[in-house]
Each structure stands twice: as C-alpha cells, then as structure tokens.
Design a protein around this ligand. Sequence first.
Ligand code: TMP
Length: 229
Amino acid sequence: MRTGRFIVIDGAEGVGKSTQAARLAQYLARDSPAPLVVREPGGTPAGETIRALLLDPRSALSARAEALLFMASRAELVDEVIAPALGRGQTVIADRFFLSTYAYQIGARNLPEEAVRAANHFATAGLAPDLTILLRLPAARGLARAAERGEHDRLEGAGNAFHEAVERAFMLFNEPYWQAAHPECGPVVAIDADGSADQVFARIVAAFKARWPESGEAGIRNQEPVTKS
Ligand code: TMP
C-alpha cells in the first residue's frame, strides 16, 4: 500500500535538477522516514549499467531501443526502489521521470506517442507522481551550463535542433490542456530556473507550500495526498 509522496524534478539539460532535488531532500530531512532521492536513468545496479550504455557517446542505438532502455531502467527503479519506499511511507524525490521520456523520445525523437505511453505504463505499473516540478530555462542556456560540467554525453551531444525540440516539448507540458490529456503524468508545476540556486529553491518551496501548506521541515509527510494514488 502506498503512503509516501512521490515528487519528480524534471526539465531539460543543465536546469539544475540534481541540485534542487538534493535541496528539497534537505528541506524535508526531518521527516521520518527521511526522503529518498533517486535518479533516472539509474538508481539501481542494473539501472546504472543501462545509464552508462545510454549516455556513452559510442553507443549506437535506434530511437526505439533507446526508449526501451529508459523504460527498462524505470521498471527496475519502480519495482526495486520507488514502490517499496512509498510503501514504507517515505517521500521519494526523483531526478527525472515520465516527462523526460515525453520530451526526449516523443517530442525530439518523434516516436509514436501512444506506443511510448503504453510502454511507460507497463514500466511504471501505473505509478503517477503526486507532483512534478518542471524547471524551465531556454535550451541554449541549459546546454551551456551542462557544457561547463565537462564533455557532452550521448544525449547532450545530440545537436541544437534536438534540444530545441526537447525545450518545446517541456513548454507544452505546462499547458492545462496537455496535463488534462495526460493524467498519467500527475500535476505539473513549472518553475523558472533562471537565477541562483537559492532563488530557484525559494520558488520550489513556494510551489510546495501552495500545494501542501504544512510542508517543509517535518510537515509534508503527514499531509493527505491531493491526487490519485
Ligand atoms: P541526466 O540525468 O544527467 O540529465 O542525464 C540523463 C539523460 O537522459 C538526459 O539527456 C535526458 C535523457 N533522458 C531521456 O532521453 N529519456 C528519459 O526518459 C530520461 C529519464 C532521460
């Protein structure tokens, strides 16, 4: 039975997801049990092996094979880590989830939406986030930030047109009509990722408090979920 809260931080390259996921975990650290941060692809031994394959610039992968590898990593993470943690009442904070697949594999790779949605449903066994925080920054800015971290991985090196398509897809996910048509993604709140880590985190906390007024410090875990389980 699920009692924990499932929060996703998603967005394009270099928007600061990992930093903000760690900040959020820190913010909720006095919860008991303490929140858990996971990343996609990865987060399990098999998932990390799949991640290495997906991100290695030397990997030659068709778009379908790429999509299915992301799904395999997701299925393993849901079964082995996320669902058990939610069952223990832990808040799980995921660094990427559904929306990345919708942006990269449907939006930018142009794979057929219904097939990818069906595969996604199979991979997650129907698990939907309680809230996705979508960090927004123009693609060129995010890529420049990602480049500062070192060499491009396979996806980062996919070219400007690819990343502009990713950015366009992420913009769409903030639209109420898109969210209404994709209930499997749960509610999505877009946050401007321009500014210092502190400024962006303050916006995330504000979005959190708007949804769960008692959240923060030790408060969030004991709130009733406001969305489907
Ligand atoms: P990152 O976690 O370091 O950002 O790297 C993950 C890369 O994988 C990033 O380029 C986004 C991409 N990705 C997809 O294309 N589809 C997905 O479903 C997920 C989770 C990530």
